[in-house]
Design a protein around this ligand. Structure first.
Ligand code: EPZ
Length: 458
C-alpha cells in the first residue's frame, strides 16, 4: 500500500528507494490506527539449481565512490549494485555538491565532482552507514577540511575510528569535536610511516586516499589487503596515484600534485558469491557462478570442500561450480583479516554448520559482538553455545521455521538461508532494511535458483 501510494509521484528513483526504505521500516501510527512492518517471508526450498551473475562488491564500490572526491571531473563506474548503501552514498556525494547519474538497469554510475565545494556531511547521512567515514581522507586531501558526524556504532560493536584519527593527526591533521561532529583540518597533509596496530580495512583505505595527495612518501605497515582494498588501489592508480604493495602487508604511496577522473568496473562481490555457494550447500543443490573469483574466496572454498561439497574452479581462478553433498560434515573455523575466513560470511557459514553432521567451533575474531544471530538461529532449533567470541554448534537434522529478526546485513542473509532449509511452515524475518542495504535484489536472484522468498507488509 505504501509502495502504491508513492509510485504515482514523479520522484527521482534514488530518493524513492531511500524514502521507501524509511517508510517500510517500522511505520507506527499510534492510536487506533495501524502498525505496518515489512517482513521477508521464506519458505523451505528444494536444492538451489542454476547459474547466477554477481553484482559489484558493496565494500569496493562504497569506498571507490568516496575516492572520486580526490578528482575534479566526471568518472564512470560500472557493475555498480543498486543497493541501499549505494543510494545512501549517492546522497552523501550530492550533499557535497557532486552531480550523480545512476542507471540502475545498466549498473552504471556517472559522478561529476567538478562542483564539489563542501566538506560537511550532515549527521543524518553519516549515521546511515559506517562507510560514510571514508569521505574524510579524500576531503582532507582535496580541501584540507572534513566535517563529519561520528559514524554510528552498530550491533557489531563500538566500531571506533581511532586508527583513522590518530594516524590523520600524525599526518598533520587537527581534530576537534564540535557537538557530535568531528571537525578536521590541515594546511598540508604530510607523508608519514604509518603503523596500523590492526589491519583495519577502513583505516587503510582512508589513510591511503589521503596520502595520494600528501607531500612525500607515506608507508602503511600492517595494512589491510582485502580484494576490495586492491580494487581501490587500482582505481587510485588509474587516477594517477603512485602506489605499490610490498610484502609483508605494506602499502607505499608517493604523493602527487593532482589526480584525474577515471572509468572502472567494480570487482564481483565475493560476499554475494560466498552467500550463494553456502545457500546451495544448505539446500542441497548445484550452482554455477561464472564471474566468481575463486582466489577471493580461498578459505571459504577450503571449508566447503572440507564439509564434503564438491567444488570446481574455472580457468585463471574465474568461475566456481558447487555441487552440494547430501551428508555435510561439520567444520570449525575462525574469522580473520583477508586472506583468512571473512567475518562477513561467518553468519551464513554458521547456518551450514547447524545442518551438518558433528560439532563445530566458530570463533569471531574481527568484531567484538558479531554472534547476535545465534539467538535467532536457536529460535529455529539450532543447538549453539556461546562463550566469549566462540560459538559451539552441534549439528541438528533440520531447522524449524520461526519468526526471527535480522541484526546486521550478513546476519539477515544467514536467517534467509536458514529459512530456505527450515521445515514446518514459513520463516518471517523483520528488520528487512539490513537485507536491502547490502545487496541488490538478492531475494530475486535466490528465487530464480529455486528459493521461495517474498517481502510482505503486515
Ligand atoms: C569493513 O569495515 C567492511 N565494511 C566490513 O563489512 C567488514 O566486515 C570489515 O571491513 C572487516 O573486513 C566496508 O568495507 C564498508 P575494520 P571496517 O576497520 O573498515 C576495529 C559488511 O557487512 N577498529 O577492518 O569498519 C573494528 O571495531 C561490513 O559489509 C578499531 O578498533 O572494518 C573491528 O573490530 C560489516 N578502530 C576491527 O577493527 C578503528 O579505527 C576491524 O574493523 C577501526 C577499526
Amino acid at each position: 500500500m505504501i509502495s502504491g501510494l508513492f509510485c504515482l509521484c514523479d520522484w527521482p528513483k534514488k530518493y524513492f528507494h531511500i524514502l521507501l526504505e524509511f517508510l517500510n521500516r517500522q511505520i507506527t501510527i499510534v492510536g487506533n490506527y495501524f502498525i505496518m512492518q515489512e517482513y521477508i517471508v521464506v519458505e523451505q526450498s528444494l536444492g538451489l539449481q542454476g547459474t547466477a551473475d554477481l553484482v559489484g562488491a558493496k565494500n569496493a564500490v562504497l569506498v571507490i565512490m568516496t575516492s572520486l572526491l580526490l578528482t575534479a571531473g566526471k568518472s564512470t563506474l560500472t557493475n555498480v549494485p543498486a543497493s541501499n548503501d549505494v543510494f545512501n552514498m549517492i546522497l552523501l556525494l550530492e550533499a557535497l555538491g557532486a552531480q550523480v547519474l545512476f542507471n540502475e538497469d545498466e549498473h552504471t554510475l556517472i559522478v561529476d565532482t567538478v562542483s564539489v565545494n563542501k566538506w560537511h556531511v550532515s549527521p543524518d547521512i553519516m549515521k546511515k552507514m559506517r562507510a560514510s567515514v571514508l569521505a574524510m581522507g579524500p576531503l582532507l586531501a582535496r580541501f584540507g577540511h572534513a566535517e563529519l558526524a561520528v559514524p554510528g556504532g552498530c550491533l557489531l560493536g563500538a566500531r571506533p575510528i581511532d586508527y583513522h584519527l590518530k594516524n590523520f593527526e600524525k599526518m598533520g591533521v587537527s581534530i576537534a569535536m564540535v557537538g557530535d561532529e568531528l571537525h578536521t583540518s590541515c594546511s598540508q597533509l604530510s607523508a608519514r610511516r604509518i603503523v596500523l596496530e590492526y589491519p583495519s580495512v577502513g583505516a587503510t583505505e582512508n589513510i591511503m586516499m589521503a596520502a595520494t595527495l600528501a607531500q612525500g612518501t607515506t608507508t602503511i605497515i600492517n595494512a589491510a589487503l582485502e580484494p576490495e582494498v586492491f580494487d581501490l588501489i587500482e582505481v587510485l592508480q588509474k587516477m594517477g596515484a603512485h602506489i605499490t604493495v610490498n610484502a609483508p602487508a605494506t602499502i607505499i604511496i608517493e604523493g602527487v600534485q593532482e589526480l584525474h577522473p577515471i572509468s572502472h568496473a567494480i570487482i564481483p562481490d565475493r560476499l554475494e558469491a560466498g552467500t550463494l555457494l553456502i545457500a546451495t550447500a544448505v539446500t542441497g543443490g548445484k550452482i554455477v557462478l561464472p564471474q566468481a573469483r575463486a582466489d577471493h574466496l580461498d578459505l571459504v572454498l577450503y571449508k566447503l570442500d572440507e564439509m564434503g561439497h564438491s567444488i570446481d574452479i574455472g580457468q585463471n581462478n574465474v568461475g566456481i561450480t558447487l555441487r552440494a553433498t547430501q551428508a555435510p560434515k561439520a567444520v570449525s573455523f575462525k574469522t580473520t583479516p583477508y586472506p583468512g575466513f571473512p567475518t562477513d560470511l561467518q553468519a551464513p557459514m554458521m547456518v551450514a554448520q547447524c545442518l551438518a553432521e558433528g560439532t563445530s567451533v566458530i570463533e569471531e575474531t574481527v568484531f567484538e559482538n558479531r554472534l547476535l544471530h545465534v539467538s535467532e538461529l536457536q529460535k529455529m532449533g539450532a543447538i549453539i553455545g556461546v562463550k566469549d567470541n566462540k560459538a559451539t554448534v552441534k549439528g541438528v537434522g533440520q531447522l524449524l521455521s520461526s519468526a526471527v529478526a535480522a541484526t546486521d546485513i550478513r546476519a539477515s542473509c544467514a536467517l534467509v538461508l536458514a529459512g530456505m532449509a527450515a521445515h514446518g511452515g514459513t520463516t518471517m524475518m523483520s528488520n528487512t532494511h539490513h537485507f536491502k542495504r547490502g545487496y541488490e535484489a538478492l531475494d530475486i536472484k535466490l528465487n530464480t535458483l529455486g528459493a521461495r522468498i517474498r517481502f510482505v507488509e503486515e
